[in-house]
Write a protein that binds this ligand. Structure first.
Ligand SMILES: Nc1ncnc2c1ncn2[C@@H]1O[C@H](COP(=O)(O)OP(=O)(O)O)[C@@H](O)[C@H]1O
Ligand SMILES: [Mg+2]
Length: 298
C-alpha cells in the first residue's frame, strides 16, 4: 500500500532516494497554511479551496493530484499571485507571500508558472523567448542572458533550435522551451499546471524524462499539478492527493523510488503498488465529486 506521510515537520528536505537535492538550504521552501479560497464572497460565495495546508521542502518535486474541479489550479494560482486567498497564509522561505493583511501575493520572478497552453511569443525566436525575462527585468545584460540561454537550452537537449520560431517546433519541444524559459529566471519555485495534458503517451514519457533531467540540474522547488497518476508517481518526490471540492490536501504519499528514474520504473512492483494506492484515493474523491454533481442535477 502507498505509505501516508505526515505533513508539516515530516516534509523534510530529501528526495525519494534519501539524497538531498543540490538546493541551497532554505531556498524555495513553500508553506501553505490553512488556505481557503471563496470565489464571489459577496454573492454566490463559491468555496473552491477549504483549509488546505502543505509544506514543500527546498528542492522537492511535489505533485498534486485530484479530480477535475477540486481546486488544484485555484491553489496554484494563489501561490503564483494571480488571485487573492480568503483566509490562511502562504510563505516562501521567510517571506509571507499572502496572509490576513495581504490577501494577494505579488506575482514575482521567484515563482514562475508553466501552463498547459503554449505561452511562447510566436514572433520571437526560441532564444529570444528564453532570454526575454532576465533582459526585461534588467537582471542580465543581453550578452549574459543569451550565453545563459544557450547553456540552458543545451542542457535541456534544445541546442541548435535557438533561431527557430515556436511554430516550427513540436508541442513537446515548445513545452521544453517554456520550462527552460521559466528556469532562466532562476526562480525559487517552478509551478506547473498540467503542462503535458493532451500530449500523446509517447511524447509525454519523453517529456517526463526530459523534465527530470532538467530538474536534476537546477536548484528549484517544483509544484506540479496533474490528474494523471502515472505521471505523478513517475515524477514526484511526494504526491499530495487533493479532496473533492472544496479542495483540501487530504494525504501526502512519499515516492520511495530511487532517482535517476527512467521508463523501466513504470513496470516495477513498487511503482505499481504506489499507483494503486494513489489511484484508490483519487477515485474515492472523483466518485464524491460525481455524486455531488448528480445531486446538483437532481
Ligand atoms: N474565477 C472563478 N470564479 C468562480 N469559480 C471559479 C473560478 N475559477 C474556478 N472556479 C471554480 O472553482 C472550482 C475549482 O476550480 P479549479 O481550481 O480550476 O479546479 P481544478 O484545477 O482542480 O480542475 C471549480 O468548480 C471551478 O468551476
Ligand atoms: Mg486546473
Amino acid at each position: 500500500m502507498a505509505r501516508p506521510v505526515a505533513q508539516a515537520a515530516a516534509d523534510e528536505a530529501r528526495a525519494g532516494d534519501g539524497q538531498a537535492r543540490p538546493a541551497e538550504v532554505g531556498k524555495g521552501e513553500l508553506r501553505v497554511e490553512h488556505v481557503s479560497k471563496v470565489y464571489d464572497p459577496e454573492g454566490a460565495a463559491f468555496v473552491a479551496v477549504d483549509d488546505a495546508s502543505m509544506h514543500i521542502a527546498p528542492g522537492e518535486l511535489r505533485v498534486i493530484v485530484g479530480p477535475s474541479g477540486c481546486g488544484k489550479s485555484t491553489f496554484l494560482n494563489a501561490i503564483a499571485g494571480f488571485h487573492s486567498i480568503s483566509s490562511g497564509e502562504i510563505w516562501l522561505d521567510d517571506e509571507l507571500l499572502c496572509g490576513p493583511n495581504k490577501p494577494q501575493a505579488k506575482p514575482g520572478a521567484d515563482r514562475v508558472v508553466v501552463f498547459q497552453h503554449n505561452a511562447l511569443f510566436p514572433w520571437k525566436t526560441v532564444l529570444d523567448n528564453v532570454t526575454y525575462g532576465p533582459i526585461v527585468q534588467e537582471r542580465l545584460s543581453k550578452k549574459e542572458a543569451r550565453d545563459l540561454g544557450r547553456e540552458r537550452m543545451e542542457q535541456a537537449g534544445l541546442a541548435g533550435l535557438e533561431d527557430r520560431y515556436p511554430s516550427e517546433l513540436s508541442s513537446g519541444m515548445q513545452r521544453r522551451v517554456e520550462i527552460v524559459r521559466a528556469l532562466v529566471n532562476d526562480p525559487k519555485v517552478l509551478l506547473l499546471d498540467e503542462p503535458f495534458r493532451g500530449m500523446d503517451s509517447l511524447t509525454k514519457s519523453v517529456m517526463h524524462e526530459s523534465l527530470l533531467e532538467i530538474f536534476d540540474k537546477n536548484k528549484v522547488t517544483v509544484m506540479f499539478i496533474t490528474h494523471d497518476i502515472d505521471e505523478a508517481v513517475f515524477l514526484g518526490d511526494k504526491v499530495s492527493v487533493m479532496s473533492t471540492r472544496p479542495g483540501r490536501i487530504k494525504e501526502t504519499i512519499e515516492v520511495d523510488i530511487p532517482r535517476p528514474r527512467d521508463y523501466r520504473v513504470l513496470t516495477s512492483p513498487r511503482f505499481r503498488e504506489l499507483m494503486a494506492g494513489i489511484h484508490g484515493e483519487v477515485e474515492i474523491e472523483a466518485r464524491k465529486a460525481f455524486e455531488a454533481g448528480e445531486r446538483e442535477m437532481a
